[in-house]
Design a protein around this ligand. Structure first.
Ligand code: PLP
Length: 391
């Protein structure tokens, strides 16, 4: 048997097999498991989008390969969305490209700019493809811890001089998975200045920019700068379209150009009827507001229950998560395992699973992440079970 590649081998083993085993055992035992693990919205994709997709399949009788970079209609809709939502002007020909959802774009992007040994600056905890894509491009990761002390913003001034010299990409992600922090204009201005000073590209993962709990809409980095910036957007969480696999990148023409060149060598574009579905989704704000109201109710139910058992208030501002701080010294794996007791039967992600250990510190050790994806009734049931928990 041919051995697997060195790159694949170099990826760290999955550390939480033990928890997965417990979840499987729990499900098999017939316990009524409520799963807050993966951020996959359970709300149905709205009728407007589903109907548009069905009509589009019939309208486009000939199959044919889709456009690599997205149909003109799709790119034009992205431009209108960006203008309406962020007051940013984009050129549909040069500054926008469709993606198969964010994951492929995020994972593949470093191939366009990273040579072996170049550094990528990555928030920690964070979305794994920022790291894995870097490693597959033979780059090196420099992790920047997001903690309560730094208000979940990376401390850019602490990046050592020798790393800055070898770095090419800075990843940012607000609203942030998993810490739920939302970016301020001031932080983005600081990050843009830092990137300019150190000749870096900024990749802003804005997958949750339309998922927020308060009145204020989160901003896009493109509202602050376009030069040397590329943003990654997705319809997955905004419009509950995880299965459709559609998103887009936008920003600096030079970067979008390089991404297009990379992409045309990797995939063959998003199915046309899915692009049409995305056009319908991007042109409608009502379903987004409805979803946000539902997430807000679920967040309050779970957050109140956790506070009632003495855990700190961790009310989020954005995303679809709750980044629950535990009591001092309480370990995330231990707490997540406690929730897997047959009578409680709640699945959450231990913060440690979403973070790397840096200099002996794992910034997720004292947190668990609830993805607020079960239904409101399931959340109410989960809240009852949490209230019975002795910690
Ligand atoms: C921060 C972040 N970026 C990107 C994605 C990718 O979403 P998709 O590939 O469904 O567009 C996710 C999914 O969970 C995410 O959490």
């Amino acid at each position: 048997m041919v051995d697997i590649s060195k790159r694949l081998k170099s990826l760290p083993a999955y550390l939480f097999a033990e928890i997965d085993k417990k979840v499987d055992e729990l499900k098999e035992s017939g316990a009524k498991v409520i799963d807050f693990g993966v951020g996959d919205p359970k709300e149905p994709t709205v009728g407007l989008i589903r109907n548009y997709t069905k009509r589009s399949i019939d309208k486009r009788k000939d199959s044919g390969y889709p456009s690599y970079i997205g149909d003109k209609d799709f790119r034009d809709e992205v431009v209108s969305y960006f203008k309406k939502r962020f007051s940013v002007d984009l050129n549909p020909e040069t500054e926008v490209c469709s993606t198969l959802g964010s994951k492929e774009a995020v994972f593949n992007f470093p191939e366009a700019f990273i040579n072996p040994g170049d550094y990528v600056l990555i928030p920690n905890p964070g979305y794994p493809p920022w790291e894995k894509g870097t490693l597959f491009a033979e780059g090196k990761c420099f992790f920047m811890n997001l903690t309560e002390e730094n208000n979940f913003f990376p401390e850019l001034d602490k990046v050592p001089e020798d790393i800055r010299k070898k770095a090419k990409i800075l990843w940012l992600n607000y609203p942030n998975n998993p810490t739920t922090q939302v970016a301020t204009k001031e932080f983005y201005e600081k990050a843009v200045a830092f990137a300019k000073e150190n000749d870096l590209l900024i990749c802003s993962d804005e997958a949750y920019v339309d998922n927020y709990f308060g009145e204020d809409k989160p901003i896009s980095l493109l509202e602050v700068a376009k030069e040397n910036v590329i943003v990654f957007h997705s319809l997955s969480k905004r419009s509950a379209m995880t299965c459709y696999r559609v998103g887009f990148v936008a920003g600096d023409k030079k970067i979008v150009d390089a991404f297009k060149k990379l992409k045309t060598n990797i995939d063959t574009g998003t199915a046309t009827f899915i692009q049409d579905a995305a056009v319908a989704a991007l042109s409608d704000e009502n379903h987004v507001e409805e979803f946000n109201k539902i997430y807000q109710s679920k967040m309050k139910i779970i957050s109140d229950a956790l506070k009632s058992i003495g855990l700190p208030d961790s009310t989020p501002q954005g995303t679809i998560y709750l980044w629950q701080k535990l009591k001092d010294g309480m370990d995330s794996v231990e707490f997540a395992t406690k929730l897997l007791d047959k009578k409680i039967a709640l699945v959450v992600t231990p913060g440690e699973a979403l973070s790397n250990e840096v200099d002996g510190v794992n910034p997720g050790k004292n947190y668990v992440r609830f993805a607020l994806v079960p239904t409101i009734n399931e959340c109410k049931e989960a809240a009852k079970r949490i209230s019975d928990l002795k910690i």
